[in-house]
Design a protein around this ligand. Structure first.
Ligand SMILES: [Zn+2]
Length: 321
C-alpha cells in the first residue's frame, strides 16, 4: 500500500493520473506526491537544457535588485555579515548569486545545468573554485543556503534538507522556497492553472476526474518535473526528519506577482513580443482584457484580506546547535 513519504500515513488518495504516474495526496499531512518516482535516466533526459531560460538583458538589472532586497529580508543580512559564506543551490541564471555578491558575501553556486553555469561564469565572473557540484563533497561550511524552487523537483526531500543541514555552520540558515500545495491563489493565473495543469489532467483522466481535481486545492505536481508539492504541516515533518528541532523551523509564504503569467502582461510588453504573430494574437485576446483586469482587482482585494492562500511557501531553518 502507498505510504506518505513525509508522515508515513497510509491514508492516501489519488488526485489524478498523469501519464505513467499517479499524483497522490496524504490526508493526514497534506503532502502531494508522485508515484512511482521517475528513475534517474528519465530525469537526466528531462533536464537536458531544461532549467535554463536566457533572461532578457534589460530584465537582468531589475531582477538582481529585487533579489538583493529579498535576500536581505529573508536572511536578515546586515553590513556586518560581509564575507560570510553563501550557497545558491540550483542557482539557474544567477540572479541570487550576483545579488549575494553585491551584498559582499562569499558566494558559492550550484546548478546541474551546464548552460546555466556557463552563463553565470560569463556574465557575473563566477569561477570554478566557487562552483559546488556535489553538496557532500564541498569541504565548505555555509552561513546561508538559498534554495529557490528546487526541492519540489527532487526525489528525496528529507535527504536533501539533511544534506543542507550537514554543510551549515552553527547559527547558519537555510531558505527553501517552493510552490505551496493546496493554494487557491493559482486560480487567478489561468495561464498556469488551466493551460499547464487542467488541460494536462484532461489528457490523462476522464473529464469528471479532471474537473474535480481542478476544484480541489491545487496539486502543483507534474512528474517528471515537480515530484512533490508541500504545505506547512509536511514541511515541518520533513525538516524534523532532517534533524531540525521544532524551535529551528519557521514557515512563511510568498505571493506571485499580480500580473505574472497574465494576458495583459504579454499585451503591453511590446519590446518582448513584437512578432507579427503576437500582434495578431493581441487583436484576438483584446476582448478578454477587461475581464482579466476585473479578476486582478478581485485577486488584490481577496489577497489583502487573506481569503486566498499564497501560491508560494518558504521554509526557513536555522541550525542553532
Ligand atoms: Zn502525510
Amino acid at each position: 500500500m502507498e505510504k506518505c513519504p513525509a508522515c508515513g500515513s497510509g491514508n492516501i488518495f489519488k488526485i489524478i493520473d498523469q501519464d505513467r504516474y499517479a499524483i497522490n495526496r496524504c490526508k493526514r499531512c497534506g503532502l502531494t506526491f508522485a508515484s512511482p518516482l521517475p528513475d534517474d535516466v528519465v530525469l537526466a533526459e528531462f533536464y537536458q537544457g531544461f532549467l535554463f531560460n536566457l533572461p532578457e538583458k534589460r530584465e537582468i538589472e531589475a531582477q538582481i535588485k529585487k533579489r538583493k532586497r529579498e535576500l536581505i529580508r529573508l536572511f536578515n543580512i546586515k553590513p556586518g555579515d560581509k564575507g560570510r559564506n553563501f550557497l545558491d543551490f540550483g542557482g539557474g541564471t544567477g540572479s541570487a548569486y550576483k545579488a549575494a555578491r553585491e551584498l559582499n558575501l562569499n558566494v558559492y553556486y550550484h546548478d546541474l545545468d551546464e548552460k546555466a553555469k556557463a552563463f553565470v561564469k560569463r556574465e557575473y565572473g563566477l569561477t570554478d573554485e566557487f562552483i559546488v557540484d556535489a553538496i557532500d563533497e564541498t569541504g565548505q561550511r555555509f552561513d546561508y543556503v538559498f534554495s529557490d524552487n528546487v526541492i519540489e523537483h527532487l526525489k528525496n526531500p528529507v535527504a536533501y534538507v539533511k544534506a543542507m543541514r550537514d554543510i551549515l555552520n552553527k547559527d547558519g540558515e537555510i531558505i527553501i522556497k517552493t510552490p505551496h500545495g493546496g493554494n487557491t491563489e493559482i486560480f487567478f493565473y489561468p495561464m498556469v492553472s488551466i493551460k499547464e495543469y487542467f488541460l494536462r489532467a484532461l489528457k490523462y483522466n476522464p473529464p469528471a476526474v479532471a474537473v474535480k481535481a481542478y476544484f480541489r486545492r491545487f496539486w502543483h505536481c507534474d512528474p517528471p518535473r515537480h515530484l512533490f508539492s508541500f504545505s506547512a504541516p509536511n514541511l515541518k515533518i520533513i525538516a524534523t526528519l532532517a534533524g531540525f528541532d521544532e524551535s529551528e523551523i519557521n514557515i512563511s509564504y510568498y505571493r506571485l506577482p499580480l500580473w505574472k503569467y497574465s494576458i495583459s502582461e504579454i499585451f503591453v510588453n511590446f519590446r518582448k513580443y513584437h512578432s507579427l504573430r503576437s500582434m495578431l494574437l493581441r487583436v484576438i485576446v483584446l476582448p478578454v482584457l477587461p475581464f482579466e483586469i476585473l479578476s486582478k482587482i478581485l485577486q488584490l482585494v481577496l489577497s489583502k484580506v487573506n481569503i486566498i492562500s499564497p501560491a508560494g511557501i518558504i521554509l526557513h531553518l536555522k541550525k542553532t546547535s
